[in-house]
Design a protein around this ligand. Structure first.
Ligand code: ZN
Length: 599
Protein backbone atom coordinates (compact mmCIF):
# COMPACT_ATOMS: atom_id res chain seq x y z
CA UNK A 1 0.00 0.00 0.00
CA UNK A 2 1.36 3.42 -0.93
CA UNK A 3 2.56 5.72 1.80
CA UNK A 4 -0.01 8.34 0.83
CA UNK A 5 -2.71 5.82 1.60
CA UNK A 6 -1.15 5.05 4.97
CA UNK A 7 -1.03 8.73 5.71
CA UNK A 8 -4.69 8.94 4.83
CA UNK A 9 -5.46 6.05 7.19
CA UNK A 10 -3.64 7.81 10.02
CA UNK A 11 -5.62 10.99 9.36
CA UNK A 12 -8.85 9.06 9.14
CA UNK A 13 -8.23 7.27 12.44
CA UNK A 14 -7.18 10.54 14.03
CA UNK A 15 -10.46 12.13 13.05
CA UNK A 16 -12.54 9.44 14.73
CA UNK A 17 -13.10 8.47 18.34
CA UNK A 18 -13.35 4.75 18.97
CA UNK A 19 -15.51 5.21 22.08
CA UNK A 20 -17.94 7.18 19.99
CA UNK A 21 -18.07 4.55 17.25
CA UNK A 22 -18.35 1.55 19.58
CA UNK A 23 -21.08 3.30 21.59
CA UNK A 24 -23.30 3.07 18.51
CA UNK A 25 -23.32 -0.70 19.05
CA UNK A 26 -22.43 -1.37 22.68
CA UNK A 27 -23.43 0.20 26.02
CA UNK A 28 -20.15 1.32 27.52
CA UNK A 29 -19.32 2.22 31.10
CA UNK A 30 -16.22 4.08 32.19
CA UNK A 31 -13.93 2.11 34.49
CA UNK A 32 -10.61 3.80 35.23
CA UNK A 33 -9.04 4.91 31.98
CA UNK A 34 -11.03 2.40 29.98
CA UNK A 35 -14.59 1.79 28.92
CA UNK A 36 -16.11 -1.64 29.33
CA UNK A 37 -19.26 -3.33 28.09
CA UNK A 38 -20.79 -6.65 27.10
CA UNK A 39 -18.97 -8.06 24.10
CA UNK A 40 -20.99 -7.92 20.87
CA UNK A 41 -18.95 -10.78 19.43
CA UNK A 42 -19.59 -13.44 22.03
CA UNK A 43 -22.24 -14.21 24.62
CA UNK A 44 -21.33 -13.07 28.12
CA UNK A 45 -22.90 -11.93 31.37
CA UNK A 46 -20.02 -9.96 32.85
CA UNK A 47 -18.33 -7.42 30.61
CA UNK A 48 -14.88 -8.31 29.30
CA UNK A 49 -15.07 -6.07 26.24
CA UNK A 50 -12.71 -3.14 26.80
CA UNK A 51 -12.22 0.09 24.86
CA UNK A 52 -9.10 2.10 25.49
CA UNK A 53 -9.57 5.73 24.34
CA UNK A 54 -5.93 6.64 24.89
CA UNK A 55 -4.61 4.06 22.45
CA UNK A 56 -7.82 4.06 20.40
CA UNK A 57 -8.36 0.35 20.40
CA UNK A 58 -10.86 -2.21 21.64
CA UNK A 59 -10.20 -5.65 23.01
CA UNK A 60 -12.26 -8.50 24.45
CA UNK A 61 -10.55 -10.63 27.08
CA UNK A 62 -13.29 -13.21 26.69
CA UNK A 63 -13.01 -14.04 23.01
CA UNK A 64 -9.79 -12.31 21.99
CA UNK A 65 -11.21 -10.08 19.29
CA UNK A 66 -9.63 -6.66 19.14
CA UNK A 67 -8.29 -3.87 17.00
CA UNK A 68 -8.80 -0.30 15.93
CA UNK A 69 -11.82 1.58 14.57
CA UNK A 70 -11.42 -0.02 11.16
CA UNK A 71 -11.35 -3.58 12.41
CA UNK A 72 -14.22 -2.97 14.83
CA UNK A 73 -16.46 -1.92 11.97
CA UNK A 74 -15.24 -4.82 9.82
CA UNK A 75 -16.15 -7.29 12.54
CA UNK A 76 -19.47 -5.87 13.61
CA UNK A 77 -20.78 -5.12 10.12
CA UNK A 78 -19.10 -8.17 8.61
CA UNK A 79 -17.53 -6.11 5.83
CA UNK A 80 -14.13 -5.92 4.14
CA UNK A 81 -11.27 -3.63 5.09
CA UNK A 82 -12.01 -1.44 2.09
CA UNK A 83 -15.69 -1.13 2.88
CA UNK A 84 -14.89 -0.28 6.47
CA UNK A 85 -12.50 2.47 5.42
CA UNK A 86 -15.13 3.84 3.06
CA UNK A 87 -17.83 3.88 5.75
CA UNK A 88 -15.54 5.57 8.25
CA UNK A 89 -14.43 8.14 5.69
CA UNK A 90 -18.06 8.97 5.06
CA UNK A 91 -18.59 9.26 8.80
CA UNK A 92 -15.87 11.86 9.17
CA UNK A 93 -16.45 13.54 5.82
CA UNK A 94 -13.16 12.53 4.20
CA UNK A 95 -12.48 11.26 0.71
CA UNK A 96 -10.62 7.98 0.11
CA UNK A 97 -7.67 8.71 -2.20
CA UNK A 98 -6.70 6.35 -5.03
CA UNK A 99 -3.96 3.96 -3.97
CA UNK A 100 -0.97 2.94 -6.04
CA UNK A 101 -1.69 1.58 -9.53
CA UNK A 102 -0.24 -1.92 -9.08
CA UNK A 103 -2.23 -2.50 -5.95
CA UNK A 104 -5.31 -1.07 -7.60
CA UNK A 105 -4.84 -3.50 -10.48
CA UNK A 106 -4.60 -6.43 -8.03
CA UNK A 107 -7.66 -5.30 -6.17
CA UNK A 108 -9.60 -5.01 -9.40
CA UNK A 109 -8.60 -8.52 -10.41
CA UNK A 110 -9.62 -9.95 -7.04
CA UNK A 111 -12.90 -8.11 -7.14
CA UNK A 112 -13.59 -9.48 -10.59
CA UNK A 113 -12.85 -13.04 -9.48
CA UNK A 114 -15.12 -12.65 -6.48
CA UNK A 115 -17.82 -11.36 -8.80
CA UNK A 116 -17.38 -14.33 -11.15
CA UNK A 117 -17.54 -16.73 -8.19
CA UNK A 118 -20.61 -15.01 -6.81
CA UNK A 119 -22.46 -15.22 -10.14
CA UNK A 120 -21.37 -18.83 -10.61
CA UNK A 121 -22.73 -19.81 -7.20
CA UNK A 122 -26.02 -18.12 -8.05
CA UNK A 123 -26.16 -19.83 -11.43
CA UNK A 124 -25.60 -23.33 -9.99
CA UNK A 125 -27.97 -22.63 -7.11
CA UNK A 126 -30.71 -21.54 -9.50
CA UNK A 127 -30.27 -24.65 -11.66
CA UNK A 128 -30.55 -26.87 -8.60
CA UNK A 129 -33.63 -25.30 -7.11
CA UNK A 130 -35.60 -23.97 -10.05
CA UNK A 131 -35.03 -26.24 -13.05
CA UNK A 132 -35.68 -29.83 -14.09
CA UNK A 133 -31.96 -30.27 -14.68
CA UNK A 134 -31.44 -30.05 -10.95
CA UNK A 135 -34.00 -32.71 -10.03
CA UNK A 136 -31.47 -35.52 -9.94
CA UNK A 137 -29.33 -33.62 -7.45
CA UNK A 138 -32.37 -32.56 -5.42
CA UNK A 139 -33.45 -36.18 -5.09
CA UNK A 140 -29.98 -37.21 -4.06
CA UNK A 141 -29.94 -34.54 -1.33
CA UNK A 142 -33.44 -35.49 -0.17
CA UNK A 143 -32.40 -39.10 0.11
CA UNK A 144 -29.53 -38.01 2.34
CA UNK A 145 -31.85 -35.99 4.53
CA UNK A 146 -31.06 -32.45 3.40
CA UNK A 147 -33.94 -30.02 2.97
CA UNK A 148 -34.61 -26.97 0.85
CA UNK A 149 -33.74 -24.86 3.87
CA UNK A 150 -30.30 -26.50 4.04
CA UNK A 151 -29.76 -26.02 0.31
CA UNK A 152 -30.46 -22.32 0.72
CA UNK A 153 -28.40 -21.85 3.86
CA UNK A 154 -25.32 -23.53 2.40
CA UNK A 155 -25.81 -22.13 -1.11
CA UNK A 156 -25.66 -25.58 -2.73
CA UNK A 157 -25.97 -25.85 -6.49
CA UNK A 158 -25.94 -28.10 -9.52
CA UNK A 159 -23.46 -27.92 -12.41
CA UNK A 160 -25.34 -29.01 -15.55
CA UNK A 161 -24.39 -32.00 -17.67
CA UNK A 162 -22.99 -29.82 -20.46
CA UNK A 163 -19.56 -28.69 -21.67
CA UNK A 164 -20.45 -25.03 -21.92
CA UNK A 165 -23.30 -24.32 -19.47
CA UNK A 166 -21.40 -21.98 -17.19
CA UNK A 167 -19.13 -20.79 -20.01
CA UNK A 168 -22.11 -19.49 -22.01
CA UNK A 169 -23.74 -17.95 -18.95
CA UNK A 170 -20.65 -16.00 -17.88
CA UNK A 171 -19.47 -14.90 -21.33
CA UNK A 172 -23.05 -13.74 -21.82
CA UNK A 173 -22.52 -11.54 -18.77
CA UNK A 174 -19.52 -9.95 -20.48
CA UNK A 175 -16.61 -11.89 -18.92
CA UNK A 176 -13.72 -13.10 -21.05
CA UNK A 177 -12.75 -16.77 -21.30
CA UNK A 178 -9.30 -16.01 -19.92
CA UNK A 179 -10.82 -14.56 -16.76
CA UNK A 180 -12.93 -17.68 -16.27
CA UNK A 181 -9.81 -19.84 -16.62
CA UNK A 182 -8.13 -17.69 -13.99
CA UNK A 183 -11.12 -18.27 -11.72
CA UNK A 184 -10.59 -22.02 -12.15
CA UNK A 185 -14.06 -22.56 -13.55
CA UNK A 186 -13.22 -23.09 -17.20
CA UNK A 187 -10.45 -25.12 -18.87
CA UNK A 188 -8.75 -24.91 -22.26
CA UNK A 189 -8.54 -28.17 -24.23
CA UNK A 190 -5.63 -29.30 -26.42
CA UNK A 191 -7.46 -28.21 -29.54
CA UNK A 192 -8.11 -24.78 -28.04
CA UNK A 193 -11.69 -25.15 -26.93
CA UNK A 194 -12.88 -23.71 -23.65
CA UNK A 195 -15.07 -25.98 -21.51
CA UNK A 196 -16.63 -26.12 -18.01
CA UNK A 197 -14.59 -27.72 -15.23
CA UNK A 198 -17.66 -28.85 -13.27
CA UNK A 199 -20.17 -30.96 -15.16
CA UNK A 200 -23.10 -32.95 -13.80
CA UNK A 201 -22.05 -32.46 -10.21
CA UNK A 202 -23.57 -31.34 -6.94
CA UNK A 203 -21.83 -28.07 -6.06
CA UNK A 204 -20.63 -26.89 -2.65
CA UNK A 205 -19.47 -23.26 -2.73
CA UNK A 206 -16.49 -22.64 -0.44
CA UNK A 207 -16.69 -19.34 1.42
CA UNK A 208 -14.15 -17.28 3.33
CA UNK A 209 -14.86 -16.21 6.90
CA UNK A 210 -16.72 -13.16 5.60
CA UNK A 211 -19.03 -15.23 3.44
CA UNK A 212 -17.53 -14.39 0.04
CA UNK A 213 -17.34 -17.30 -2.43
CA UNK A 214 -13.71 -18.37 -2.93
CA UNK A 215 -14.03 -21.62 -4.81
CA UNK A 216 -16.19 -24.69 -5.39
CA UNK A 217 -16.28 -28.36 -4.60
CA UNK A 218 -18.23 -30.69 -6.87
CA UNK A 219 -19.50 -34.15 -6.01
CA UNK A 220 -20.52 -36.85 -8.47
CA UNK A 221 -24.16 -37.80 -8.16
CA UNK A 222 -24.19 -41.08 -10.09
CA UNK A 223 -21.38 -43.44 -9.33
CA UNK A 224 -18.92 -43.36 -12.20
CA UNK A 225 -15.69 -45.29 -11.85
CA UNK A 226 -13.88 -43.19 -14.45
CA UNK A 227 -14.37 -39.91 -12.54
CA UNK A 228 -13.12 -38.71 -9.16
CA UNK A 229 -15.92 -38.60 -6.59
CA UNK A 230 -14.93 -35.08 -5.52
CA UNK A 231 -13.51 -32.35 -7.70
CA UNK A 232 -12.35 -29.00 -6.31
CA UNK A 233 -11.41 -25.63 -7.77
CA UNK A 234 -7.66 -25.27 -8.30
CA UNK A 235 -5.67 -22.60 -6.46
CA UNK A 236 -6.55 -19.15 -7.79
CA UNK A 237 -5.58 -15.58 -6.82
CA UNK A 238 -8.46 -15.67 -4.33
CA UNK A 239 -8.32 -19.32 -3.24
CA UNK A 240 -5.54 -21.04 -1.35
CA UNK A 241 -6.72 -24.42 -0.15
CA UNK A 242 -4.24 -24.62 2.71
CA UNK A 243 -5.28 -21.26 4.12
CA UNK A 244 -9.01 -21.78 4.31
CA UNK A 245 -11.47 -23.96 6.15
CA UNK A 246 -14.81 -25.08 4.84
CA UNK A 247 -17.63 -23.81 7.04
CA UNK A 248 -15.69 -21.13 8.92
CA UNK A 249 -18.19 -18.47 7.86
CA UNK A 250 -21.01 -20.35 9.60
CA UNK A 251 -18.91 -21.61 12.50
CA UNK A 252 -16.85 -18.63 13.60
CA UNK A 253 -19.33 -17.07 16.02
CA UNK A 254 -19.97 -20.32 17.86
CA UNK A 255 -16.23 -21.08 17.83
CA UNK A 256 -15.58 -17.79 19.57
CA UNK A 257 -18.43 -18.22 21.98
CA UNK A 258 -17.48 -21.71 23.08
CA UNK A 259 -13.71 -21.44 22.40
CA UNK A 260 -14.06 -24.88 20.86
CA UNK A 261 -14.05 -26.21 17.34
CA UNK A 262 -14.87 -29.59 15.85
CA UNK A 263 -12.86 -30.40 12.74
CA UNK A 264 -14.37 -32.87 10.30
CA UNK A 265 -13.38 -34.09 6.86
CA UNK A 266 -16.07 -33.56 4.30
CA UNK A 267 -18.63 -31.07 3.07
CA UNK A 268 -21.59 -33.20 4.10
CA UNK A 269 -20.16 -33.73 7.60
CA UNK A 270 -20.15 -29.96 8.10
CA UNK A 271 -23.61 -29.57 6.58
CA UNK A 272 -25.06 -32.31 8.76
CA UNK A 273 -23.57 -30.92 11.95
CA UNK A 274 -24.83 -27.40 11.29
CA UNK A 275 -28.21 -28.75 10.19
CA UNK A 276 -28.50 -30.50 13.55
CA UNK A 277 -27.49 -27.41 15.50
CA UNK A 278 -23.82 -28.16 16.17
CA UNK A 279 -22.53 -24.86 14.90
CA UNK A 280 -18.80 -24.88 15.69
CA UNK A 281 -17.86 -27.33 12.93
CA UNK A 282 -15.43 -26.81 10.04
CA UNK A 283 -13.74 -29.11 7.52
CA UNK A 284 -10.12 -29.06 6.52
CA UNK A 285 -10.56 -29.30 2.71
CA UNK A 286 -8.29 -32.34 2.63
CA UNK A 287 -7.16 -34.44 5.56
CA UNK A 288 -3.69 -33.00 6.18
CA UNK A 289 -4.03 -29.73 8.05
CA UNK A 290 -1.58 -26.91 7.33
CA UNK A 291 0.00 -24.61 9.89
CA UNK A 292 -1.93 -21.69 8.39
CA UNK A 293 -5.19 -23.50 8.99
CA UNK A 294 -4.09 -24.29 12.52
CA UNK A 295 -3.38 -20.62 13.19
CA UNK A 296 -6.73 -19.68 11.69
CA UNK A 297 -8.43 -22.08 14.08
CA UNK A 298 -6.41 -20.80 17.04
CA UNK A 299 -7.73 -17.32 16.33
CA UNK A 300 -11.19 -18.42 17.31
CA UNK A 301 -10.76 -21.28 19.75
CA UNK A 302 -8.56 -23.01 22.32
CA UNK A 303 -9.72 -26.60 22.04
CA UNK A 304 -9.96 -28.56 18.80
CA UNK A 305 -11.87 -31.83 18.53
CA UNK A 306 -10.79 -33.97 15.61
CA UNK A 307 -13.70 -35.90 14.27
CA UNK A 308 -12.41 -37.58 11.14
CA UNK A 309 -13.82 -40.66 9.49
CA UNK A 310 -12.97 -43.76 11.49
CA UNK A 311 -10.68 -45.10 8.77
CA UNK A 312 -8.60 -41.91 8.33
CA UNK A 313 -8.23 -40.84 11.95
CA UNK A 314 -5.30 -43.14 12.57
CA UNK A 315 -3.27 -42.55 9.43
CA UNK A 316 0.14 -40.96 9.58
CA UNK A 317 -0.85 -37.87 7.58
CA UNK A 318 -3.66 -37.21 10.01
CA UNK A 319 -1.47 -37.56 13.07
CA UNK A 320 1.05 -35.12 11.61
CA UNK A 321 -1.77 -32.66 11.05
CA UNK A 322 -2.74 -32.94 14.68
CA UNK A 323 0.75 -32.04 15.85
CA UNK A 324 0.41 -28.89 13.78
CA UNK A 325 -2.65 -27.96 15.82
CA UNK A 326 -0.81 -28.58 19.04
CA UNK A 327 2.08 -26.42 17.86
CA UNK A 328 -0.36 -23.59 17.17
CA UNK A 329 -1.18 -23.61 20.88
CA UNK A 330 -4.44 -25.54 20.69
CA UNK A 331 -5.47 -28.36 22.95
CA UNK A 332 -6.34 -31.31 20.78
CA UNK A 333 -8.76 -34.14 21.42
CA UNK A 334 -9.51 -36.98 19.09
CA UNK A 335 -13.05 -38.28 18.74
CA UNK A 336 -13.25 -42.02 18.33
CA UNK A 337 -15.97 -42.87 15.83
CA UNK A 338 -17.03 -46.50 15.45
CA UNK A 339 -15.26 -48.49 12.72
CA UNK A 340 -16.25 -47.59 9.13
CA UNK A 341 -18.41 -44.61 10.05
CA UNK A 342 -18.19 -40.89 9.34
CA UNK A 343 -19.63 -37.97 11.35
CA UNK A 344 -22.43 -37.34 8.85
CA UNK A 345 -23.65 -40.90 9.03
CA UNK A 346 -23.15 -41.14 12.79
CA UNK A 347 -25.13 -37.98 13.46
CA UNK A 348 -27.96 -39.13 11.22
CA UNK A 349 -28.19 -42.54 12.79
CA UNK A 350 -27.47 -41.78 16.43
CA UNK A 351 -28.38 -38.13 16.87
CA UNK A 352 -26.78 -35.15 18.54
CA UNK A 353 -26.78 -36.44 22.13
CA UNK A 354 -24.79 -39.54 21.31
CA UNK A 355 -22.36 -37.47 19.31
CA UNK A 356 -21.82 -35.20 22.31
CA UNK A 357 -21.16 -38.29 24.39
CA UNK A 358 -18.39 -39.17 21.94
CA UNK A 359 -16.97 -35.67 22.42
CA UNK A 360 -16.96 -36.15 26.17
CA UNK A 361 -15.10 -39.41 25.75
CA UNK A 362 -12.58 -37.93 23.30
CA UNK A 363 -8.97 -38.53 24.32
CA UNK A 364 -6.03 -36.18 24.03
CA UNK A 365 -3.49 -36.55 21.28
CA UNK A 366 -0.93 -38.60 23.19
CA UNK A 367 -3.50 -41.03 24.50
CA UNK A 368 -4.86 -41.39 21.02
CA UNK A 369 -1.43 -42.16 19.60
CA UNK A 370 -0.84 -44.71 22.33
CA UNK A 371 -4.15 -46.38 21.68
CA UNK A 372 -3.40 -46.39 17.98
CA UNK A 373 0.11 -47.75 18.51
CA UNK A 374 -1.00 -50.61 20.72
CA UNK A 375 -3.82 -51.74 18.49
CA UNK A 376 -3.45 -55.39 17.49
CA UNK A 377 -0.69 -55.96 20.03
CA UNK A 378 -1.27 -58.56 22.72
CA UNK A 379 0.34 -57.22 25.87
CA UNK A 380 -0.24 -60.49 27.71
CA UNK A 381 2.63 -62.32 26.09
CA UNK A 382 6.31 -61.45 26.25
CA UNK A 383 6.73 -60.71 22.55
CA UNK A 384 3.75 -58.35 22.63
CA UNK A 385 5.02 -56.62 25.72
CA UNK A 386 8.38 -55.91 24.10
CA UNK A 387 6.82 -54.66 20.88
CA UNK A 388 4.29 -52.55 22.77
CA UNK A 389 6.92 -51.00 25.00
CA UNK A 390 9.02 -50.05 21.99
CA UNK A 391 6.08 -48.26 20.46
CA UNK A 392 5.26 -46.49 23.70
CA UNK A 393 8.86 -45.33 24.08
CA UNK A 394 8.75 -43.83 20.60
CA UNK A 395 5.55 -41.92 21.30
CA UNK A 396 6.55 -40.71 24.76
CA UNK A 397 9.94 -39.52 23.54
CA UNK A 398 8.23 -36.94 21.33
CA UNK A 399 6.91 -35.08 24.38
CA UNK A 400 9.10 -32.04 24.93
CA UNK A 401 7.85 -31.15 28.36
CA UNK A 402 9.50 -33.22 31.07
CA UNK A 403 6.62 -33.00 33.51
CA UNK A 404 4.07 -33.94 30.89
CA UNK A 405 6.30 -36.84 29.90
CA UNK A 406 6.59 -38.15 33.41
CA UNK A 407 2.87 -38.00 34.01
CA UNK A 408 2.27 -40.08 30.90
CA UNK A 409 5.00 -42.55 31.80
CA UNK A 410 3.32 -43.08 35.16
CA UNK A 411 -0.14 -43.44 33.62
CA UNK A 412 0.95 -45.81 30.92
CA UNK A 413 2.93 -48.04 33.28
CA UNK A 414 -0.06 -48.33 35.59
CA UNK A 415 -2.42 -49.05 32.76
CA UNK A 416 -0.36 -51.66 30.96
CA UNK A 417 1.40 -53.07 33.98
CA UNK A 418 4.89 -52.02 32.92
CA UNK A 419 7.86 -51.02 35.06
CA UNK A 420 7.87 -47.18 35.10
CA UNK A 421 11.62 -46.98 35.77
CA UNK A 422 12.50 -49.09 32.74
CA UNK A 423 10.08 -47.15 30.58
CA UNK A 424 11.51 -43.87 31.80
CA UNK A 425 15.11 -44.79 31.17
CA UNK A 426 14.28 -46.10 27.70
CA UNK A 427 12.41 -42.91 26.83
CA UNK A 428 15.30 -40.78 28.03
CA UNK A 429 17.75 -42.87 26.05
CA UNK A 430 15.76 -42.33 22.89
CA UNK A 431 15.44 -38.60 23.51
CA UNK A 432 19.21 -38.40 23.80
CA UNK A 433 19.68 -40.31 20.55
CA UNK A 434 17.18 -38.07 18.76
CA UNK A 435 18.85 -34.97 20.10
CA UNK A 436 22.27 -36.07 18.91
CA UNK A 437 20.82 -36.92 15.53
CA UNK A 438 19.69 -33.40 14.79
CA UNK A 439 21.92 -31.42 17.04
CA UNK A 440 22.83 -28.98 14.31
CA UNK A 441 19.40 -28.51 12.86
CA UNK A 442 17.63 -27.83 16.12
CA UNK A 443 19.75 -25.68 18.37
CA UNK A 444 16.71 -23.61 19.08
CA UNK A 445 14.85 -26.58 20.43
CA UNK A 446 17.63 -27.48 22.86
CA UNK A 447 17.87 -23.94 24.05
CA UNK A 448 14.16 -23.79 24.63
CA UNK A 449 13.97 -27.01 26.57
CA UNK A 450 16.81 -25.90 28.82
CA UNK A 451 14.99 -22.73 29.62
CA UNK A 452 11.90 -24.68 30.51
CA UNK A 453 13.94 -26.93 32.71
CA UNK A 454 14.99 -23.98 34.79
CA UNK A 455 11.68 -22.20 35.06
CA UNK A 456 9.01 -24.88 35.22
CA UNK A 457 9.15 -25.51 38.91
CA UNK A 458 10.15 -22.09 40.03
CA UNK A 459 7.95 -19.62 38.29
CA UNK A 460 5.33 -19.66 40.99
CA UNK A 461 7.68 -19.11 43.91
CA UNK A 462 8.36 -15.77 45.54
CA UNK A 463 11.64 -15.23 43.80
CA UNK A 464 9.79 -14.86 40.53
CA UNK A 465 7.30 -12.28 41.71
CA UNK A 466 9.62 -9.34 41.52
CA UNK A 467 10.90 -10.36 38.13
CA UNK A 468 7.33 -10.44 36.81
CA UNK A 469 6.85 -6.92 38.04
CA UNK A 470 10.03 -5.74 36.36
CA UNK A 471 9.51 -7.59 33.11
CA UNK A 472 5.97 -6.27 32.78
CA UNK A 473 7.27 -2.75 33.19
CA UNK A 474 10.02 -3.37 30.71
CA UNK A 475 7.66 -4.75 28.07
CA UNK A 476 5.30 -1.88 28.71
CA UNK A 477 8.13 0.58 28.12
CA UNK A 478 9.02 -1.28 24.95
CA UNK A 479 5.52 -0.73 23.60
CA UNK A 480 5.33 2.89 24.73
CA UNK A 481 8.68 4.18 23.53
CA UNK A 482 9.58 3.10 19.96
CA UNK A 483 12.76 5.17 20.15
CA UNK A 484 14.06 3.02 23.02
CA UNK A 485 13.28 -0.34 21.45
CA UNK A 486 16.71 -0.90 19.92
CA UNK A 487 18.41 -0.15 23.23
CA UNK A 488 16.22 -2.64 25.04
CA UNK A 489 16.68 -5.32 22.38
CA UNK A 490 20.46 -4.89 22.45
CA UNK A 491 20.61 -5.22 26.21
CA UNK A 492 18.00 -7.89 26.88
CA UNK A 493 17.77 -11.28 25.26
CA UNK A 494 14.27 -12.79 25.04
CA UNK A 495 15.70 -15.91 26.71
CA UNK A 496 16.00 -13.88 29.87
CA UNK A 497 12.25 -13.52 30.29
CA UNK A 498 10.27 -15.89 32.44
CA UNK A 499 8.21 -18.57 30.78
CA UNK A 500 5.14 -16.40 31.14
CA UNK A 501 6.48 -13.53 29.09
CA UNK A 502 8.98 -15.21 26.80
CA UNK A 503 6.57 -15.53 23.91
CA UNK A 504 5.38 -11.95 24.29
CA UNK A 505 8.96 -10.72 24.26
CA UNK A 506 9.82 -12.83 21.22
CA UNK A 507 6.87 -11.39 19.36
CA UNK A 508 7.71 -7.80 20.30
CA UNK A 509 11.44 -8.16 19.58
CA UNK A 510 10.69 -9.65 16.17
CA UNK A 511 8.28 -6.86 15.27
CA UNK A 512 10.14 -3.98 16.86
CA UNK A 513 10.37 -2.00 13.62
CA UNK A 514 6.84 -2.48 12.37
CA UNK A 515 4.91 -2.27 15.62
CA UNK A 516 2.07 0.23 15.53
CA UNK A 517 -1.17 1.02 17.29
CA UNK A 518 -3.03 -1.88 15.70
CA UNK A 519 -0.53 -4.61 16.62
CA UNK A 520 -3.39 -6.76 17.85
CA UNK A 521 -4.23 -7.61 14.28
CA UNK A 522 -0.78 -9.10 13.81
CA UNK A 523 -1.06 -11.51 16.72
CA UNK A 524 -2.76 -14.70 15.78
CA UNK A 525 -2.67 -16.69 19.00
CA UNK A 526 -5.36 -15.72 21.46
CA UNK A 527 -3.21 -16.46 24.49
CA UNK A 528 -0.46 -14.20 23.23
CA UNK A 529 -2.94 -11.51 22.25
CA UNK A 530 -4.49 -11.52 25.72
CA UNK A 531 -1.08 -11.09 27.32
CA UNK A 532 -0.07 -8.19 25.11
CA UNK A 533 -3.44 -6.54 25.68
CA UNK A 534 -3.16 -6.91 29.43
CA UNK A 535 0.21 -5.21 29.22
CA UNK A 536 -1.16 -2.36 27.18
CA UNK A 537 -4.24 -1.81 29.29
CA UNK A 538 -2.54 -2.10 32.68
CA UNK A 539 -1.36 1.15 34.15
CA UNK A 540 2.31 0.34 34.60
CA UNK A 541 3.77 3.21 32.65
CA UNK A 542 7.32 4.33 33.29
CA UNK A 543 9.09 7.51 32.27
CA UNK A 544 11.52 7.09 29.37
CA UNK A 545 14.41 8.17 31.59
CA UNK A 546 13.59 5.30 33.95
CA UNK A 547 14.13 2.65 31.29
CA UNK A 548 17.89 2.42 31.70
CA UNK A 549 17.53 1.66 35.40
CA UNK A 550 14.85 -0.89 34.57
CA UNK A 551 17.22 -2.74 32.24
CA UNK A 552 19.86 -2.95 34.96
CA UNK A 553 17.33 -4.20 37.51
CA UNK A 554 16.00 -6.75 35.10
CA UNK A 555 19.44 -8.18 34.41
CA UNK A 556 20.25 -8.43 38.09
CA UNK A 557 16.97 -10.12 38.92
CA UNK A 558 17.47 -12.49 36.06
CA UNK A 559 20.88 -13.68 37.19
CA UNK A 560 19.63 -14.05 40.74
CA UNK A 561 16.70 -16.20 39.70
CA UNK A 562 18.73 -18.51 37.51
CA UNK A 563 21.06 -19.05 40.43
CA UNK A 564 18.20 -19.89 42.75
CA UNK A 565 16.96 -22.39 40.18
CA UNK A 566 20.37 -23.99 39.80
CA UNK A 567 20.86 -24.23 43.51
CA UNK A 568 17.60 -26.10 43.90
CA UNK A 569 18.59 -28.47 41.12
CA UNK A 570 21.88 -29.19 42.83
CA UNK A 571 20.03 -30.18 45.95
CA UNK A 572 18.00 -32.78 44.15
CA UNK A 573 19.40 -36.28 44.48
CA UNK A 574 18.33 -37.68 41.18
CA UNK A 575 20.82 -35.77 39.08
CA UNK A 576 22.99 -37.89 36.87
CA UNK A 577 26.66 -37.05 36.55
CA UNK A 578 26.39 -35.47 33.13
CA UNK A 579 23.63 -33.15 34.09
CA UNK A 580 25.33 -32.28 37.33
CA UNK A 581 28.47 -31.31 35.45
CA UNK A 582 26.57 -29.12 33.06
CA UNK A 583 24.79 -27.39 35.88
CA UNK A 584 28.04 -26.83 37.73
CA UNK A 585 29.63 -25.26 34.69
CA UNK A 586 26.68 -22.90 34.27
CA UNK A 587 26.72 -22.15 37.94
CA UNK A 588 30.39 -21.29 37.92
CA UNK A 589 29.96 -19.06 34.90
CA UNK A 590 27.26 -17.10 36.63
CA UNK A 591 29.10 -16.90 39.93
CA UNK A 592 32.22 -15.73 38.16
CA UNK A 593 30.38 -12.98 36.38
CA UNK A 594 28.59 -11.73 39.43
CA UNK A 595 30.85 -12.51 42.32
CA UNK A 596 29.46 -9.68 44.39
CA UNK A 597 26.14 -11.39 45.01
CA UNK A 598 25.74 -14.33 47.34
CA UNK A 599 23.01 -16.89 47.13
ZN1 ZN B 1 -15.85 -11.13 23.25
Amino acid sequence: MGSSFEKFLDELKGSLDIVDLVSDYVDLKKVGKNYVGLCPFHQEKTPSFTVNPERQFFYCFGCGVGGDVISFLMEIENITFKESVKMLARRSGMEVPGDDPRHRQQLREREKLFKINHLTAKFYHYLLLETDQGLKAINYLKKRGFTKKDIKKFGLGYAPDRWDGLLKFLTGKGFEEGELVKAGLVLLSNNNNYYDRFRDRLIFPIFNSRGEVLAFGGRLIDSDESQPKYLNSPETPVFNKGKNLYGLNWAKHEMRKSSEVIIMEGYTDVLRAHQMGINNVVASLGTALTSEQARLIARYSNLAYISYDADTAGTKATLRGLDILKNAGLNVKVVDLPQDSDPDEYLRKKGVDEFYTLLEEAVDLVEFKIKQGLENIDLNNVQGKIEGTRKLVKILATLEDRIEREIYIQNVSDKFNLDPEILKSEVEKLIKINKNKDKNSSRRYTKKSNRRYFTNKNNKTNSFRSIHFIEEKLLHAFIDFPELRNTIVNEINTDMFSKEYQEVAEFLWENKDSLKGDIINNIESKVLRNKVMELMINNKTVQPEGVERLIVNFKEENVYNIKVGLYKKLQENNLNVNRLNKLLINFQKLSGNHRKEGL
